[in-house]
Design a protein. Sequence first.
Length: 241
Amino acid sequence: MDPLTAIAASGLRARMESLDLLANNVANASTGGYKADREFYSLYTSPEAAGDESLSTMPLIERPWVDHSQGILHTTGNALDVAISGKGFFAVNGPSGPLYTRNGSFRLAADGRLTTPDGYPVRNPQGTTLTLQTTRPVEIARDGTVTQDGAIVGKLEVVDFTSTAGLSKQGSNYFRADSVLKSAPAADASLQQGSLEASNTGSAEAAVRLVSVLRQFEMMQKAVSIGTDMNKRAIEEVAKV
């Protein structure tokens, strides 16, 4: 494969990976607390190039990364909706261990357990399930303290990490921390009852980026076509000699 076609093909592959990330962002543009997937580009240099980078340097997505910037907070008026202003994650008990989310759209199960929309129990700082009285109004303070009829019944566990690099997505709205990543109470987080955090990828932004990637994809396709035509003409000219 000639250098032009090889580089264009590498660009096409990178653009296809970018389209996958964008498609996921578009699908979750209205998902509360969703964090957008982004891409980090780099250049690949073949070890067989013998120092000739002009023939071997190709674009690729070195690694995807998650944009943890905060989304817009909007008021819902629902007492079980809670938004985090600042850094931090709600801790919940997943099927195989703790999970972390920014989506504070909670539910109250029949047995009084506070859960996520997927049924995962919301944790208190002791790691156990937060249980409420189903017939009593709920008040949630900015520090996560939960009260009913003026009595403290528990507290939402809101944690933060020194680095988000060790967090991996588990589904669209949950994160799992690797074994070496340590959590601590989120010192700068402030909770807002009756509000939810929107996705930090808007439909308009995703649409603009989608058009840009598609145009780049078309340019790469044209480059591959040009390279193919050049090879074809070269073979035809050689055959005439």
